[in-house]
Design a binder for this molecule. Structure first.
Ligand SMILES: Cc1cc2nc3c(=O)[nH]c(=O)nc-3n(C[C@H](O)[C@H](O)[C@H](O)COP(=O)(O)OP(=O)(O)OC[C@H]3O[C@@H](n4cnc5c(N)ncnc54)[C@H](O)[C@@H]3O)c2cc1C
Length: 427
């Protein structure tokens, strides 16, 4: 079979890329070895946020007396929660399938490998077929990475994917890795009553994040009952004390199954595909999303797809969110480091009326401005709805807005986003 474009991998990078090319009238096939939707839909963004919401619902019920409502949690069967999560994922996978089909993208199930720079072999239970295309886009994503001297046995030593499919809660869990995934899973399992220890090798959680935000987040997690240890050089020192050891220490490339030795595709030091503006060292082969070792987010993967298809480039601020209790989020101007004269303002959640109504008094918002122009350069939020509010902040930064622009705006009252408004107005 001959196509204009073959996309390998149907995660957010691959399926968005395939749909966009097909909408331009190209003959497109997408090859997927597992379930459509990739990591994001099956074992990443969606399952984690479902479990976070389930844990939040439990917390809300426990606090119902604050609203004069007597309610008790009679029973939590974790298997039921996982079954509900699976049903949601199945529905969303069907949604991706419908989208691909209505966009005239051919879906081919199986494991893809290169025979030559225009020929892909696809292996599945029916055997092996060969497909040809002018252009090939690699969107094969990434996978969970173990730490040195360990491997996932999927029983005691588990990955994030294993953790999202456990039907029984362990009594204790050691989480190795204080990045977004480790923090989210620690927060979720602790909220369901698991005794969680979180260990990070670097001196702070979220190593590349603002230290004040990371330090405050560690304190909030400790108050929730999570034992947080940073600068921990021996994360497995007392491994036998724990029922489960969840390793969330980053992601690894999955290029080994692509038979790239047949085409001499260039890789970087970590075995991700080396790219410049999505181009590889082979003229008709491109790589986007996690496969290119950049971004590691569903929305950056989707933006890669957009840029590749339309030949655009973007240097947007990237909002980042961690689903702890409460969530933490941040966004910085892409040229933040070029500013030398930066001033900050900060406001606590506790005095905001809506925060009091919602029983969400924990946290603060911090804003960075260029002192000379008043331009908004960065926003850090630890507090309820940080995950949504950060998008507003991101748009302000992208638009180059100054504090004086926001002062003329109106923000709905009573709202949590008034905290952002007030923090900016405090300049
Ligand atoms: C626990 C967890 C939580 C996360 N939470 C968030 C979040 O809240 N927000 C966010 O933006 N990001 C989140 N991420 C990251 C996000 O899931 C990824 O960045 C995103 O899925 C990357 O998209 P992708 O299309 O590049 O790769 P993937 O989604 O990994 O998709 C790649 C696809 O390629 C397929 N494939 C690989 N090799 C082959 C082959 N040889 N042949 C055929 N098919 C192949 C795979 O089966 C897979 O389906 C999370 C990740 C994890 C692990």
């Amino acid at each position: 079979m001959n196509y204009d474009i073959i996309v390998i991998g149907a995660g957010p990078a691959g399926y968005n890329c395939a749909i966009k090319f097909a909408k331009q009238g190209k003959k497109v096939a997408v090859i997927e070895k597992n379930s459509l939707g990739g990591t994001c839909l099956n074992c990443g963004c969606i399952p984690t946020k479902f479990l976070w919401q389930a844990a939040k619902t439990k917390q809300k019920i426990s606090k119902s007396l604050e609203y004069g409502i007597k309610a008790n949690i009679e029973n939590i069967t974790f298997a039921d929660i996982i079954a509900k999560k699976n049903r949601l994922v199945e529905n969303l996978v069907k949604g991706v399938e419908r989208l691909l089909k209505t966009s005239n993208v051919e879906i081919i199930k199986g494991e893809a490998g290169f025979k030559d720079k225009n020929t892909i072999t696809v292996k599945n239970s029916d055997g092996e077929i060969e497909l040809q295309a002018d252009k090939i886009v690699i969107a094969t994503g990434s996978d969970c990475k173990a730490i040195p001297n360990t491997e996932f046995d999927h029983q005691k030593y588990i990955s994030s994917t294993d953790a999202l499919n456990m039907t029984e809660l362990p009594k204790s869990m050691l989480v190795i890795g204080g990045g977004a995934i480790g923090i989210e899973l620690s927060s979720i399992f602790s909220a369901f009553g698991v005794n969680v220890t979180l260990r990070e090798i670097c001196p702070q959680l979220l190593p590349s994040e603002d230290t004040e935000l990371a330090t405050e987040l560690a304190k909030v997690m400790a108050r929730q009952g999570i034992k947080v240890e940073v600068a921990c050089t021996e994360p497995l020192k007392d491994a036998d004390k724990f029922d489960k050891i969840l390793i969330a220490a980053g992601r690894k490339a999955v290029t080994d199954i692509l038979k790239i030795e047949n085409i001499n595709l260039g890789l970087d030091k970590k075995n991700f595909i080396e790219t410049k503006n999505y181009s590889t060292n082979i003229d008709n082969i491109f790589a986007i999303g996690d496969a290119s070792g950049k971004g590691f987010l569903a929305y950056t993967a989707e933006q890669d797809a957009e840029n590749l298809v339309f030949g655009t480039q973007s240097s947007n601020p990237v909002p980042k969110v961690v689903f702890s209790f409460p969530p933490a989020a941040s966004v910085k101007a892409v040229d933040f480091d070029n500013y030398k004269n930066i001033v900050y303002t900060k406001t606590n959640y506790s005095s905001n009326a809506r925060a009091q109504i919602e029983g969400e008094r924990t946290g603060w918002i911090k804003v960075a401005f260029d002192k000379d122009s008043g331009k908004i350069l960065g926003v850090w939020i630890l507090g309820a709805n940080a995950d949504e509010m950060i998008n507003t902040a991101s748009v302000m930064i992208k638009a180059g807005m100054k504090a004086s622009d926001i002062k003329r705006e109106m923000f709905f009252h009573p709202g949590l986003s008034e905290i952002l408004f007030e923090t900016i107005n405090n300049l």
